[in-house]
Design a protein around this ligand. Structure first.
Ligand SMILES: [Zn+2]
Length: 275
């Protein structure tokens, strides 16, 4: 088993590396205002953000389950490598039984599509109910800034290409044995993570609760312009970092390198490679 594959309880969990996301540094925000934002940019120390993009595959009860689906071919050659990573594990897209979606942003959900066809011919797509309802609500669409409406187009395509195969799920649903949905609102209103039971060293796949693991653990008030509810994202980040630290969870996510644990450092946190 390589470093990217570990057993957690009933599941063998592999990280599928999709690519690297790059953006100008001005996508950075800070809840405390411009001076704090300048400080965060100085702490980052580079003119652009470059962060890993991941999704995950779980093998165990229920067969083959993805957590998110990467970008597919939609964002060009720098992305979409999760597909070949899946094949490298000896799996095919036909073998995927379900995809658990953390939130409906392109780097997590566009990989569900193969042009105008579903990329996973046999999979059910499980989407947090709050997320699906938000991104299929015409009024919410109108009240969302135009350049933040990607999730609405994705939700529309998802329902069109996977008719009768999209399930809205909540934290009280039996998703899979030992897997629980954890709401993580803020980055999007319905973003959710998935907690995989592992006898006290549970694994939380937290979507985009954290984009910049060093900067946002040190200062959870740092955000990105892509957060639909910036204040909510900060509160969720602080809360989930605290919980992960208190519970001794292992964490990973769409933009975390490898498997980590969370340590409290004063009033903030640090992500440490999981032993
Ligand atoms: Zn993301």
């Amino acid at each position: 088993m390589d470093q990217q594959t570990r057993r957690f309880g009933r599941y063998e969990v592999s990280i599928l590396h999709d690519g690297f996301y790059e953006a100008p540094i001005d996508v950075l925000t800070h809840a405390a205002g411009p001076a704090a934002r300048d400080g965060a940019i100085a702490a980052w120390g580079r003119p652009t953000l470059r962060i890993v993009v991941n999704c995950f595959v779980l093998r165990g009860p229920g067969g083959v389950t993805l957590v998110d689906a990467g970008t597919g071919t939609s964002w060009g050659d720098a992305y979409g490598h999760a597909r070949s990573a899946l094949v490298a594990l000896g799996l095919t897209r036909d073998s995927v039984d379900r995809v658990l979606i953390t939130h409906l942003h392109g780097d997590h959900a566009l990989g569900l599509f193969d042009g105008e066809a579903p990329y996973f011919p046999n999979a059910r797509i499980l989407v947090p109910a709050t997320e699906l309802h938000f991104f299929t609500d015409a009024d919410k669409r109108l009240s969302t800034p135009e350049n933040r409406r990607g999730g609405f187009a994705i939700a529309e395509t998802l329902q069109r290409l996977y008719p009768e195969r999209v399930d809205a799920i909540t934290g009280s649903d039996d998703i899979l044995p030992g897997v629980t949905l954890i709401p993580l609102p803020g980055h999007t209103y319905g973003q959710s993570g998935y907690l995989i039971e592992n006898g006290g060293r549970d694994l939380l796949l937290w979507g985009d609760a954290v984009h910049l693991e060093t900067l946002q653990a040190t200062d959870p008030e740092v955000g990105l312009v892509f957060d639909l509810d910036g204040a909510g994202a900060v509160a969720t980040r602080r809360d989930i970092l605290g919980q992960a630290s208190d519970q001794g969870w292992i964490v990973s996510g769409g933009h975390v390198e490898g498997f980590k644990t969370v340590r409290r450092v004063g009033n903030a946190f640090e992500l440490v490679p999981a032993a």
